[in-house]
Design a protein around this ligand. Sequence first.
Ligand code: DGY
Length: 381
Amino acid sequence: MDSKDWRAHNPSGSRRVIVTKELPGERWLEILTQAECRVEICTSEDVLSTSEIKAAMGSHCDGAIGQLTEDWGDELFAALKAAGAKAYSNCAVGFNNVDVAAATRYGIPVGNTPGVLTETTAEMAVALTFAAARRIGESERFLRAGRYKGWLPTLFLGELLWYKTVGVIGAGRIGDAYARMMVAGHKMNLIYFDIHQNKALEDHIAAYGEFLKSQGEQPVSCKRAAHIEDLLREADCVSLHTVLDESTHHLINTESLALMKDNAVLVNTSRGPVIDEEALVAHCQKHPDFRVGLDVFEDEPNLKPGLVDLDNVVIVPHIASATRWTRQGMATLAAGNVAAILMGYPAWQKPEISPFLEEDPPKAAPSIINAKDLGVPAYES
Ligand code: DGY
């Protein structure tokens, strides 16, 4: 990495903020410019190493916006602190790449970008579910290869999910949105697993079931599984929406895959290591009717041997949040986090972040994970 891979925006700004990748849209740059920041942006598409990020910080840096591909651990937060920085934001909702405890030790607030990925990521999980169930990837490859000789009653038979059972592991914002799309769009019964009850989701589906009954249609149901194993046995498709931590690492492994129906669909738009990918490859090789849709991978950007050869697996390169609106929103929130902390603003407390996407946003940092631990004052409207 050399200096030609960095460009400066608002070079006369008095605060120096480094941003490790180009971000979409203009709003995020306006926010940082209004906060008097000189913004130095890495224009290379290569994933930056810890030493490259440290070199970019130099001896003086007021804040940084980083990516989920980078290891924001003790070493980087120590360097950030030494450079005089006051704020860091991940440009992602997930922050398994960030050692928040280390940042807190160095007194650095850490931001993330919740709220703008919800429907976008849920839509991709729906897309992967049907791409896998209806064999979109393999049938497209077949067609492009010139192998289609005419309609056949037996060509690429897949699974109908209408009124079957959808399993959702992790019923937070994205899992909740996916569940609603699958239940309302495809009349599926829901079984979910989460350490917290999602009462709003349960009530929503109960009301929808009543509505269907009132129309003379078969109602749908919703239940919270006491054990993941019950969900895996029962569901016709399972979508993963957990965070990645020690408790969810390899949550889906040889044993759990063995519990699933032979013709089930498994979808992952959360984090790759939630699935033991080697075990998944072995399972898919043995069970050709088992279908999978993956947006994330255990050793991203690398795939475990054998995965690309499997026709029963649909794979896309971590693009579940890749809509213009969402990615611009993520950039806006990440910039808002850093700019607000540099300006001495308090931390927003509500889950609803849409005011930050509008003109004249609140004078607050939209989402600071360690705000309470660091005593960042709470925003009061
Ligand atoms: C995130 O923000 O955590 C997503 O994985 C990006 O798509």
